[in-house]
Every structure is written in C-alpha cells, then in structure tokens.
Ligand binder design. Sequence first.
Ligand code: CA
Length: 218
Amino acid sequence: MKLLLVEDDPSISNPLCAGLNREGFDVVLATTGSGALEAEDVDLVLLDLGLPDLDGRVVCQKMRQKGDVPIIIVTARQDEIDRVMLLELGADDYVVKPFGFRELVARIRAVLRRTSTVSPTETTQTTWGSLTLDRRSRKVTFGGEDVVLTPKEFDVLAVLAQDPGAAVTREQLINEVWDENWWGSTKTLDVHIASVRKKTSPELIETIRGVGFRLAEV
Ligand code: CA
C-alpha cells in the first residue's frame, strides 16, 4: 500500500513517515499543495489542511475531481472544522492534531477497508428505471448520461440500490456508509441524499417520513 503524506512540518512528517514505513506502508511525501497535486498515484492520501502554498481544501477538491483516491484530512485543533464542508469536498475521514499514531493507523486501515473491497460474487450491476449503477467500476449513469458522484454519494446510492424500491432506514444507511467514528450527524446523510438528487433527478430518492429512503423508479 502506498500513501501520499502532504505535510509541510518536518517535525510531524519525519516521525510519521518512519512510523508508517514500520507499519508496512510506502510513503510518498509532498510538502506543498502543488507538489501533492503532481504526485504519483497512491492508495490513500493524508492531507494537512494548513499548507504553505495552497489551501488544503482546494487540494482536496482537486484530488477528488481527478479520481476517487481515499483522503484523510489532518487538521490542527484550532482550525475551524466545518464538517459539512469536508464532506462536500469528498474527504473520507479526518484526524485532529495532535493525534495518536495508533489512532491514525486504525483510521487508515478502516478507510482502506471501506473503500477497497467489492466481492466478485456480489451483484455488481443494478439497473432500475433510468439508473444504472456498477459496483465494480463505481460508475453510475442516469438516463444514459454519466453521473459523477463522490465516493460517499456513490456508497449511499449503492446501499439503496441493493434492493431497489425497498425502504432503507436512516440508521442502516449511516451504519453501512459511515462507521461509528464518523461524525454521526444525521445532517451528513441528508447532504449526500440532496447531492445525489441534484446530480440525477429530484424524484430518484424518495423520502419516507420517519423511516428513511427508497429508490423510486424514474
Ligand atoms: Ca501545516
């Protein structure tokens, strides 16, 4: 597994690189935002928000536009963490400095587990009305047009498409898409649902009051 560490402070990056190497990760270091955007392809990105050249949020957004590499944001405690903003940028998780090395490694492994595995025996493609969703390639089309979703938006839609038309509770969606370490606000789910509707059709995901959501055939 190859990680990209984007961190300008050597007092953090030096011990972190050494520790991650001991855990068996190859680490590519970038000390600036522009360096991070030019780095080679990796399996996961650890992104410091406070960088000397570019705003870390801009770096996150640009990486997300390029592909779906998992991103863990590393932020200083005094930074204002706007969680909805981080989600909209497409980050998969975040840690607050100072963080424990064990905690960070656990987060890295959890994110890699969540984002990497699709069992080959699982049904990989769902077609439902105008929607097609392919789990192996993580591609979605609606009415024949490609739909570009963030990794979490895709996961929300993929859970709903496991049994198209069936009601899925909010708890089930939150448990399957985020783990208990995530920020737990139910607003998070609504932000993602709203975004998927905006990118497809307002009618595609039907709200079932007091329960959750279901896919409508449109
Ligand atoms: Ca920094």
